[in-house]
Ligand binder design. Structure first.
Ligand code: GLA
Length: 727
């Protein structure tokens, strides 16, 4: 049993392979958090201390005991209004505008398997892989039930959390803030790691000490965003890739979110993750239920590398779904950087012919094939094939591409609309726009109101009509702006539009994956603007960034790797000079970087020399040989490309029989010193053969002293080693 309830002590213990999580129902019925960390026996209630502390109030039931204060005790799910003045996980207001909530324990339920959340993505598991704990808390005055859900995947050291709130009262209440997970630590000194960025430069890493200030990251853009990723890591100070205790929270949600970390007056740390509280005031009618999205939590006592492995395994096998979950993804060529809007059926076919000759497995026709769409000022919303532009029907084009031995994929941006479209002219009220104001445009487009079922249904019908026309095996689902004008012309409450929008989006995607179980969907939002575990439930890969520059990509993919496995990272070789940076990087280096993702190309093969084409053929052959190891191996960050002069990373097979080490020199200087890359995760006391050079290395030496990298002439050289254990 992973979950144990000690009836006498009223202590819940959750045990995973390497971690223990503990909480206690105290004498007043409050649920106190006791411990999350290294696996242990025993109970941690001795950690609770009591003192009469000024300006930290006492619950009425404590009577004259002025040493009991929720302001100082670690809590499992803190609310506003019960004497804890730190940031709450739950904030409730009644119809009279009165804030306050007082949750007391009312029971628990244990079940086999992992809970699901209606309408929302969540980690899943077989009955024998997981257990669920549901703790029921109650506010008597409001007649409100709050169910705290814990999903435990013991082998992976994963504990997921979600919250279900049920209004059993007779009056409407408003949920002003609901966080899905909160962690209180009585001691310790922590760093917070967050992943910030911008379009074309996502997931830079920021590491700051948790201090006496509320650090808060947030997306108020209606999508998880390029600017902040919904992933929070907390690491004991001094924690490295290989050593130290650290914690992760990853939000299984693709809309606005917030994450907080604060060191309080008594040097205790609180960390939380959940929905963005701004523009959120969820009216909960009598008898109705609200579901908070899930947070995946994990703990590692062996540094950030192990923390990422835990998240990777969970996302790869318990979040991603469908036919392609465990299947090596097809090597694709995407038409976007090859021709942008400027193509015809013939040029697409020419690209496919070149691609087939080189060994590419799929052709993706990107933006520009539908409606009136020769630039990004019109056409979104009109998902009908522009046969005039293609010079043939979609079926003819797809059949011709298939005849070359390639699969066919297509681009959509279902959530968006241009004012210059048939759809907008017919349904101007289907967009999110404030009454009496002109909407904010982004990329000259508006956002369809996916909180309305009729809108979702209409676009769904259009998308299916296209997918049914031809043998389409891949769909790129894009969204190219942030949501600004939060107003629905439909029937939903204005305060819930952004949340209902996400339910509409997830409903669409759920229907799509059920109707086309073999369709591979790649998520995208101007690259990686919606790269989160929520989308990965429907789209097992996401275009990582619109920035295809191999050097920038070493950093973007490094940041992404903290929370997301290689199998989810869309990565392509593109032309030089690079279209986003103008940088020139060798084809070998571009290949090495793109291989650490779902490999593909995004350029016009027709413009390559014969020598370059031979290099592409070699890359494709290499990738096909290594793809299983790349997608499923344990990923190690061997350097920090933001600070080191070399980017280096590694994949190791589960059985440690094989490893791939990659390196890219980020700096070049005269008379360069040698860089040594310490390899990780190999079997100790073994020998490994490098397939490339046929050299045999001792694993202990590789891990202790490393591999020497001697930069030759020229910037951004790439290196790789394919190590195989000798028997
Ligand atoms: C976004 C995507 C690109 C491409 C364009 C098409 O920017 O990230 O890959 O699909 O849209 O308009």
């Amino acid at each position: 049993m992973a979950i144990i309830f000690n009836e006498t002590e009223k202590i819940f213990s959750i045990h995973t392979k390497n971690s223990t999580y503990q909480m206690k129902v105290d004498a007043y019925g409050f649920l106190l958090h006791l411990y999350y960390g290294r696996r242990t026996n025993g109970t941690a209630d001795y950690l609770l201390t009591y003192a009469d502390r000024g300006f930290s109030g006492n619950p009425y039931d404590a009577g004259q005991d002025r040493t009991y204060s929720l302001d100082a005790l670690p809590q499992e799910f803190p609310c506003r209004g019960n004497g804890d003045f730190r940031s709450p996980a739950l904030d409730v207001k009644d119809e009279g505008g009165i804030y306050g909530c007082d949750l007391r324990y009312d029971g628990y339920r244990l079940s086999k398997g992992k809970y699901a959340i209606p309408g929302l993505p969540a980690a899943y598991a077989d009955e024998d892989e997981a257990e669920t704990l549901e703790i029921i808390m109650k506010d008597e005055a409001l007649n409100l039930q709050v169910h705290l859900l814990y999903g435990v995947l013991p082998k992976l050291d994963i504990v997921t959390r979600s919250v279900r709130i049920q209004n059993d009262g007779e009056k409407r209440i408003f949920l002003e803030k609901v966080q899905s997970a909160c962690l209180d630590f009585v001691g310790g000194q922590f760093d917070l790691l967050t992943f910030y960025g911008r379009h074309a430069m996502e997931r830079n890493v920021q590491r700051t000490a948790v201090t006496h200030t509320c650090q808060r990251i947030c997306s108020r853009r209606g999508t998880s965003s390029h600017q902040y990723n919904p992933l929070l890591l907390l690491a004991e100070q001094g924690t490295t890739e290989e050593h130290g205790a650290c914690y992760a929270m990853s939000f299984v949600y693709s809309g606005g979110f917030q994450g907080e970390a604060e060191r309080d007056q008594f040097n205790q740390t609180r960390m939380m993750l959940g929905l963005c509280e701004e523009q959120f005031s969820y009216p909960l009618a009598p008898g109705s239920v609200f579901h908070a999205p899930e947070v995946i939590m994990t703990y590692s006592q062996e540094g950030l590398g192990q923390l990422s492995h835990n998240l990777h395994k969970c996302i790869r096998r318990h979040v991603c779904r469908g036919h392609y979950r465990d299947v090596v993804r097809p090597i694709l060529v995407n038409s976007w950087e090859a021709s942008y809007f400027n193509f015809s059926g013939q040029t697409i076919l020419d690209l496919a012919r070149e691609a087939a000759d080189l060994g590419v497995e799929m052709l993706v026709m990107d933006d520009g094939w539908f409606g009136k769409r020769d630039d990004d000022y019109s056409g979104l919303g009109d998902w009908n094939v522009n046969e005039q532009k293609l010079g043939c029907s979609l079926k003819e084009l797809v059949d011709n591409v298939n005849a070359l031995g390639l699969k066919f994929g297509i681009w959509f941006e279902p959530e968006m609309i241009n004012e210059d479209s048939e759809l907008y002219r017919a349904h101007p009220d289907w967009v999110l726009a404030l009454p009496e104001r002109k909407p904010v445009r982004g990329r000259y487009q508006l956002v369809l109101d996916f909180s309305r079922k009729e809108v979702v249904d209409a676009i769904y019908e259009q998308v299916c009509a296209i997918l049914d026309q031809a043998n389409i095996e891949y769909l790129k689902w894009d969204i190219n702006r942030s949501i600004c004008d939060v107003y629905t012309h439909g029937e939903k409450a204005q305060e819930t539009v952004l949340y209902d929008y996400m339910l509409g989006l997830y409903d669409f995607l759920e229907r799509l994956v059920n109707r086309y179980p073999k369709l591979l969907i790649e998520g995208c939002s101007g690259g990686g603007g919606r790269f989160d575990a929520g989308m990965l439930y429907y789209t097992p890969q996401i275009w990582c960034s619109d920035n295809t520059d191999a050097v920038d990509r070493t950093r973007i993919q490094y940041g992404t790797s903290f929370g997301y496995p290689v199998s989810t990272v869309g990565s392509h070789v593109s032309a030089v000079p690079n279209h986003q940076t103008g940088r020139i990087v060798s084809l070998k280096t571009r290949g090495v970087v793109a291989m650490s993702g779902t490999f593909g190309y995004e350029l016009d093969f027709g413009k390559l020399s014969e020598e370059e084409k031979s290099e592409v053929r070699r890359q494709i052959a290499t990738y096909k040989e290594l793809a299983g190891l790349i997608q499923n191996g344990d990923y190690y960050r061997l350097s920090n490309p933001f600070t080191d002069e070399i980017a280096a990373w590694e994949m190791v097979s589960d059985d440690k029989d094989e490893a791939l080490v990659f390196a890219v020199m980020l700096e070049i200087h005269g008379n360069m010193p040698v860089s040594y890359i310490k390899v990780r995760g190999l079997s100790a006391d073994s020998f490994y053969l490098d397939e490339m050079t046929q050299k045999v290395y001792s694993s202990n030496m590789l891990m202790e002293s490393g591999l020497p990298v001697m930069a030759g002439l020229g910037a951004y050289q790439a290196f790789y080693w394919h190590l195989k254990k000798q028997v």
